[in-house]
Ligand binder design. Structure first.
Ligand code: PRP
Length: 181
């Protein structure tokens, strides 16, 4: 059972849902009268993206891209590669990039620059979690779900060794899980 590996729940499913209502409310107000294109950065953001999108009341489209950070142990390197690009053109569109976590900033700093070069009408960043203590590269972020300390979290899309993404809450793993890895 996955649950046995969790030491502590950081944000329950209910807390996440409540915060997403607030975030979506803000986004709905900010983009009133516009059409929004939501871009999910795979894989971690797929759960957040799905829940947030269903709270957006504006006309919107969705697209997905995947990136990999090379040289990665527990932190990403500055070298980012797009492993799956968007299906649609973003030129002239109002873009909201949806991420699960902002850590060193390497991934998002690179990605936002790359997407800006495709000339969207506007581009903003929305992240469920932000770990400001870990930042190496500055990243301008427009919507933040929760600011968290430097702890390794899993669940709600976030993984450890590709597992735990399916937990409905965000939690911290027991150290024994790492030790036995
Ligand atoms: C996470 C997250 C961001 C990146 C943030 O992805 O989704 O893309 O790390 O870290 P940074 O600010 O240090 O660049 P991860 O590489 O874990 O891949 P995943 O989304 O497939 O889980």
């Amino acid at each position: 059972m996955l649950e046995q590996d969790i030491e502590r729940i950081f944000f329950s499913a209910e807390e996440i849902d409540k915060r997403l209502e607030e975030m979506a409310g803000e986004i709905n107000r900010d983009y009133a009268g516009k059409e929004l294109m939501l871009i999910s950065v795979l894989r971690g953001s797929f759960v957040f993206m799905a829940d947030l999108t269903r709270k957006i009341t504006l006309p919107c489209t969705v697209d997905f891209l995947a990136v990999s950070s090379y040289g990665k142990g527990t932190t990403s390197s500055g070298q980012v590669q797009i492993t799956k690009d968007l299906s649609d053109d973003i030129e002239g569109k109002d873009i909201l990039v949806v991420e699960d976590i902002l850590d060193s900033g390497n991934t998002l700093s690179y990605l936002m620059k790359l997407l800006r070069a495709r000339h969207p009408a506007s581009i903003r960043l929305c992240t469920l979690l932000d770990k400001p203590e870990r930042r190496v590269v500055p990243v301008e972020v427009d919507y933040v779900g929760f600011t968290i300390p430097d702890e390794f979290v899993v669940g709600y899309g976030l993984d450890y060794a590709e597992k735990y993404r399916n937990l409905p809450y965000i939690g911290i793993l027991k150290p024994s899980v790492y030790q036995h890895a």
